[in-house]
Design a protein around this ligand. Structure first.
Ligand SMILES: Nc1ncnc2c1ncn2[C@@H]1O[C@H](COP(=O)(O)OP(=O)(O)OP(=O)(O)O)[C@@H](O)[C@H]1O
Length: 483
């Protein structure tokens, strides 16, 4: 079978085909904008459209006689698929869907979009069974031709073959491919439902990140350019989880860097690593760069005892890169004048970070992510953590939440749920060794209240009350400073 990029070539013709059939004014504006680099012919009159359409159909039919069977079928599907999403009759129904997809493709070049639709065509190919021979191809092709040229109203047959989820799946694959091509950045798979509680922090981050992404026009004036958040607080309270959820929900790539990873023994290498990481994030735009353990990467200058002053130079490089984020946004992607790169950092010890990094203008917000001992809050965390569990009806997450010690962090609750599930799984295996077929199903493990209680007795909090107090003092110090 031919590689996907060849299908992309054919798709290019089909885009033109549909464009010609509809004239450029008939295309939904979002799609028109994306393809405007490719379709520079302007509106065509009806005669021109008919001529071009027949020429392109001729081109496609030539391909049909030369190309491999599966590929031909995929081309056909691709064409039909395209008709179904930008075709005149289904346009109104699909406009929302197209807007939604376009919203997730910020930073895509026209070519990426073409490849996206081409890939969706291949997706369809996998779904169909390939018993159709070449003659049938021709038959279905000519019936399609009749449909598209003479009777644009009838897209019912087309809709049966196409599914919007094909495009969604193809979008997911495209993001993964982009990410792996670059090395590190990936769109994580953490949803808001996976994060329990932390509503205030969630809201603050969303205001900072999502609003400019959703309302690009409003924010394109450049009056508000900063886009950085520092999450700080005790370990295991969900800082990394939150950053990942933001990246997933806003469909951003996620480049996670642990501070010490960038430090290298050779002179100049550590600064270069910092430069490279920002460069990587820029090419994976829209992207969240997440610096975990920022305190180890950017300690207060002058204080560190390293002989060559490496850390001082790393901090200076960080400052330069963060300051440069907004300018380069406008150079690389002219349509996206709002920052499509979010600098998100996490630290357990913000007091050790160089103060220049924390000054307003570099981080929009300093947000404390702490431990909340309120039972209903904890119930929400437990609910998020047991989302995929099969719980026995006797399980009351609220009562479990009430039993947790006051200094239980999110990570401790994660350990509690994971251990409770393991406990239930072990019980299941021991009880049903005669019927081994049902054991392998995840649904077969039902977690009971007693499992939680038993594990709770064995588990001790990872953070002592005294340590927690220290973090809270730190929070007061920072909040006091900002207010
Ligand atoms: N609010 C929460 N909701 C759901 N799960 C949580 C929550 N907080 C923590 N967890 C669980 O705890 C685990 C550890 O959390 P995470 O890695 O985000 O902590 P962290 O604050 O980044 O820690 P560190 O400062 O040590 O890097 C997560 O994988 C998650 O399973």
């Amino acid at each position: 079978m031919q590689p996907v990029k060849d299908i992309g070539k054919i798709h290019r013709q089909q885009v033109l085909l549909v464009a010609a059939a509809e004239s450029s004014e008939g295309l939904p504006p979002a799609i028109r904008r994306c393809f405007s680099h490719e379709i520079s012919m302007g509106p065509l009159n009806e005669d021109q459209r008919v001529e071009m359409l027949s020429q392109l159909l001729q081109g496609v039919s030539e391909l049909f006689s030369n190309w491999d069977k599966k590929l031909l079928l995929s081309c056909l599907h691709l064409y039909m698929f395209h008709c179904s999403i930008v075709g005149p009759t289904s346009r109104t129904g699909s406009e929302e869907f197209i807007k939604d997809i376009i919203g997730q493709t910020s930073g895509f070049m026209p070519r990426d979009l073409q490849a996206l639709v081409a890939d969706a065509g291949v997706n369809l190919l996998q779904k169909s069974n390939f018993q159709i021979d070449k003659a049938e191809h021709r038959e279905s092709y000519s019936s399609l031709k009749v449909k598209s040229v003479q009777d644009n109203k009838s897209t019912a047959a087309v809709d049966q073959v196409m599914g919007k989820d094909d495009l969604v799946k193809s979008l997911e694959r495209s993001k993964k491919r982009n990410a792996s091509a670059l090395g590190a950045p990936k769109v994580p798979n953490v949803k808001w439902e996976d994060v329990g509680g932390l509503e205030d922090v969630k809201k603050s981050i969303l205001d900072t990140v999502q609003l400019p992404l959703l309302h690009k026009d409003l924010f394109s004036s450049g009056l508000r350019k900063r886009s950085g958040v520092l999450l700080y607080g005790p370990p295991g309270t969900g800082k990394t989880l939150l950053a990942k959820a933001v990246a997933t929900e806003c469909s951003l790539n996620f480049l996670s860097v642990k501070g010490p990873e960038l430090i290298n023994m050779y002179i100049g290498e550590s600064e270069k690593n910092v430069r490279d990481i920002f460069q990587k994030a820029r090419s994976a735009r829209p992207c969240v760069i997440f610096f975990d353990e920022l305190d180890s990467l950017a300690p207060a200058r002058g204080a560190s005892g390293d002989s060559g002053g490496v850390m001082d130079r790393v901090v200076s490089q960080m400052l330069a890169e963060i300051d440069g984020l907004n300018d380069s946004t406008q150079v690389i992607y002219p349509p996206y004048t709002t920052p499509s790169l979010l600098d998100c950092c996490a630290s357990n010890r913000p007091d050790l970070i160089d103060p220049a990094l924390l000054r307003p203008g570099r981080f929009d917000k300093l947000l404390y992510v702490g431990v909340n001992s309120d039972a209903s809050y904890r119930e929400r965390v437990l609910k998020a953590l047991t989302r995929k569990f099969k719980l026995h009806e006797d399980v009351s997450l609220y009562s479990i939440a009430k039993k947790c010690p006051p200094n239980f962090t999110g990570a401790d609750m994660y350990a509690l749920c994971a251990d409770a599930w393991f406990h239930a799984a072990k019980r299941k295996v021991l009880s049903s060794d005669s019927d081994s077929s049902s054991i392998d199903q995840v649904d077969a493990v039902v977690v009971e209240f007693a499992d939680f209680v038993k594990v709770l007795k064995e588990l001790s909090p990872s953070l002592s009350i005294a340590e927690l107090k220290k973090y809270e003092l730190l929070r007061d110090q920072f909040e006091g400073a900002s207010s």
